[in-house]
Write a protein that binds this ligand. Sequence first.
Ligand code: URA
Length: 209
Amino acid sequence: MNDVHLIDHPLVQHKLTLMRKKEASTNSFRRLLNELSMLMAYEVTRDMAMQDVEIETPLEKMTARVIDGKKLVFVSILRAGTGILDGMLSVVPGARVGHIGLYRDPKTLTAVEYYFKMPHNMQDRDVVVVDPMLATGNSAIAAVERLKELSPKSIKFVCLLTCPEGIRAFHGSHPDVPIYTAAIDRELNDHGYILPGLGDAGDRIFGTK
Ligand code: URA
């Protein structure tokens, strides 16, 4: 499959299994998502550009390498994307944050935008869009379309779970945007839920069901 990065590290897979269980409490679901997000941040930043800085160790001067975290923007698709932000920011604390508010029209399953707030100078920044579930792909496609209007340097998409339908739809619209995911599940059902999946990610993060 083209530019889909399956994060199959044992720690990621183990935590994802615990999250899928229907008896996982809101508290443990949220904690596991936080831990998983740190591990996914590690993968998605693997090829980030670095710069040299002059530093002094207790013994001598040296040229060492650092990431310019301020060039990186995590863009959360509200509301479930928020569950991924904290974990990612704890690994890259200098990153900026953008928000896109999209809801799924329950009848058409299409994405309707209600909020859009990004840092300035997006054309200088690398963007990582986060949303736990890439299901129909409608929200992710709409979010990336809006972001492309700002011409960022690069865009990556990170989710916890996706399915063949979601990948096909997303890469049908945005073949240039790599997907990072912890699992590719079997299929999408008629209500736009991933099977076997983990249920409604937003409800499970915020305890709203
Ligand atoms: N959104 C969710 O929260 N869960 C799914 O299975 C699909 C979309």
